[in-house]
Design a protein around this ligand. Structure first.
Ligand code: B1M
Length: 224
């Protein structure tokens, strides 16, 4: 297995680091943290580590959960492994470029605790030159409203992973529109698509983190 495949495998197995006792059959073996350190020391691209290692691993975990092979504790261990890896590559993805193209206020909507995808979007946007205000998870419409008022130039991004919380996006967009906020709104997450975005009157939809950067640039008329 090459280093990126090893990272992906460690995510699938939910192995964060070499000291972890989980999973028991991997005791003493490196986890996501050590494997990323090795990959970086070999000058492997951070983007590849993210896309083909962490995200690809999490996709496998998602499939295993969906087909009943994995249960919630498995998910949590893998999510923790991704988080540990993200902490390591986050500063590299953000880069040192200090030019700021605009402000993004982003959050996972009310009732929803999923933040892996939203965090990726936030980091990639930051790496793309935007200032990102991350409101976290379970964000109420009132908080989005408050932030929209405070940052009238900001693009507001909402993420949802549950069929039920997709409706929180709709409610939040309605509240922002009723308050006559002029902020552009983008939406994303596994239960969201372009059709839904159009239906609720969002300004844009992106299916992944990289496309979110292009979408925001388009909405703000940034050509660079
Ligand atoms: Co949950 N979960 N989960 N979960 N979980 C899903 C989403 C689910 C599809 C699993 C399944 O049943 N097959 C299912 C939802 C079904 C549905 O409603 N349609 C589900 C469920 C049911 C639940 C619980 C209700 C389980 C329970 O308690 N019985 C519970 C709900 C808790 C809550 O939120 N209130 C729950 C809990 C959890 C964990 C806490 C264990 C954990 C979350 C950990 C965390 O986020 N910190 C978890 C996880 C990890 C998943 C799966 C396995 C993986 C999600 C993920 O991180 N994907 C997921 C199954 C799956 O996806 N196959 C599942 C990787 C991530 C990189 O992708 O988030 O889609 P994603 O983000 C992508 C794009 O969507 C996009 O870009 C990202 C990167 O490219 N994107 C945006 C995301 N946000 C964007 C915003 C944008 C633009 C693009 O602009 C603003």
């Amino acid at each position: 297995m090459n280093p990126i495949e090893q990272i992906k495998d460690a995510v699938v197995r939910g192995r964060s680091n070499a000291l972890s006792k989980y999973p028991p059959d991997m005791a003493g073996k490196p986890g996501v943290v050590e494997l990323i350190e090795t990959a970086l020391s070999k000058h492997l691209e951070v983007g590849k580590i993210l896309q083909q290692g962490l995200i690809a691993g999490m996709e496998v975990v998602g499939d295993k959960f969906s087909n009943g092979e994995y249960f919630l504790p498995d998910l949590l261990m893998s999510a923790q492994a991704v988080k540990a890896g993200m902490q390591l590559i986050d500063p590299l993805l953000r880069g040192e470029d200090s030019r700021k193209l605009g402000v993004i206020v982003i959050g996972t909507v009310r009732g929803d605790m999923h933040d892996i995808g939203k965090n990726l979007v936030a980091v990639v946007l930051e790496g793309g030159g935007f200032d990102v205000i991350d409101l976290g998870i379970d964000v109420s419409p009132e908080t989005f409203l408050e932030q929209g008022r405070e940052h009238p130039e900001a693009v507001i991004g909402m993420s949802a992973l549950l069929t039920t919380t997709r409706e929180s996006i709709r409610t939040t967009v309605d509240i922002l529109r009723e308050a006559d906020l002029k902020n552009k709104i983008i939406v994303g997450g596994a239960v969201v698509n372009q059709e839904f975005a159009d239906e609720i009157g969002a300004d844009g939809y992106s299916r992944d983190a990289t496309k979110a950067v292009h979408l925001v640039k388009d909405l703000l008329g940034i050509t660079a």
